[in-house]
Design a protein around this ligand. Structure first.
Ligand code: CP
Length: 334
């Protein structure tokens, strides 16, 4: 039987199934767990000699990235190809947006090519929601990161990494460290960890890089690394997001590293079996020491591999939710 979830506007269909994937806000523990379980089942596809399943055969997925990306763009492309979809990746810097075409007009043209899904990254918070509200109801929109708002597939691949390396979320202590203020990854991770039942989520950073209102996420806030890292099971490091910073929020990168850089010495404050994560791109010697990034406790490259399976899960679930919604509407119109 298909599981059903509470109805939510926009990103869920009338059965409560995923039809867009825009944010983790408001999604249930059951739905997040279904995404993780589905991704787990896709991991073995990456170990086959023929790395393909036919779930999206005949469907067209458009990657439309208005902001730079290495990991998210390529792993979405791989995920869609492993699901047997046709994939178009629009290079926005060489597209007609540079000739003044609006976002909506660009997307309308891709719709006219019968695209079934858009994977969108944009520098503006809320861009993915805006697009989902304005595209044809037959098109699924997946958020590949919007401004400082949300990066839901990164959040879910981080949860898959934690579950595969640490098991159940409930007893874990997880620290998210660095530039929380500008980080869409921090927001998605805080929401996911709390929804999945993690009892101790900590954020650590200088006051100038901590947003107001963090208490609404149910996290503990630290400005001192030694206090915040004590006995944690998972350390998630974030880079300084200079592209979203306005004004002098930091004295210097050297000062940031001195106070908040994850060095071998600082990592020793966490549990001996703690794992080190980072969404990438990493800045060695700014937020993380090379010996830690490349060390035995680092699972940073595993995160990238798990990202393909999570993106396969999200693409296939959203496509199936869209199809179910279309069938519901067709039955209503009979
Ligand atoms: N983690 C992440 O979003 O990396 P990219 O910017 O390379 O996609």
């Amino acid at each position: 039987m298909t599981p059903t979830y509470a109805k939510r506007p926009l990103q869920l269909n009338d059965l409560g199934q995923l039809r867009h994937f825009l944010s983790l806000d408001g999604l249930s523990k059951e739905l997040l767990t279904e995404i993780l379980d589905t991704a787990d089942s896709f991991l073995e596809v990456g170990n086959r000699s023929v790395k393909k399943v036919p779930l999206l055969r005949g469907k067209t997925v458009c990657n439309v990235f208005f902001e730079n990306s290495t990991r998210t763009r390529t792993t979405f492309e791989l995920a869609a190809k492993r699901l047997s979809a046709d994939v178009i990746t629009l290079n926005v810097s060489t597209s007609s947006t540079s000739k003044g075409e609006t976002l909506t007009d660009t997307l309308r043209n891709l719709e006219a090519m019968a695209a079934d899904m858009f994977v969108v990254r944009h520098a503006d918070s809320g861009a993915a929601h805006f697009i989902a509200e304005h595209v044809s109801p037959d098109v699924a929109v997946i958020n590949g990161g919007d401004g400082r708002h949300a990066h839901p597939t990164q959040g879910m691949l981080d949860m898959l990494t934690i579950r595969r390396h640490k098991g159940d979320f409930e007893p874990l202590s997880v620290a998210i460290v660095g530039d929380i203020l500008h980080s869409r990854v921090a927001r998605s991770n805080m929401l996911a960890l709390r929804t999945l039942g993690c009892r101790d989520v900590r954020v650590i950073g200088p006051k100038t890089l901590l947003p107001v209102g963090l208490e609404q996420y149910g996290v503990r806030v630290f400005t001192d690394m030694a206090e915040g890292l004590e006995d944690v099971d998972v350390v998630i490091m974030l880079r300084l997001q200079r592209e979203r910073m306005q004004g002098g929020l930091l004295p210097s990168e050297g000062e940031f590293y001195r106070l908040y850089g994850l060095t071998t010495q600082r990592l020793a404050l966490a549990r001996p079996d703690a794992i080190v994560m980072h969404p990438g791109p990493i800045n060695r010697g700014v937020e993380i020491e090379s010996a830690v990034a490349d060390g035995a406790q680092s699972v940073i490259l595993n995160q990238v591999t798990y990202g393909i399976a999570i993106r396969m899960a999200v693409l296939s679930m959203a496509m199936s939710g869209q199809t179910a919604q279309r069938q519901l509407l067709a039955e209503e119109q009979k």
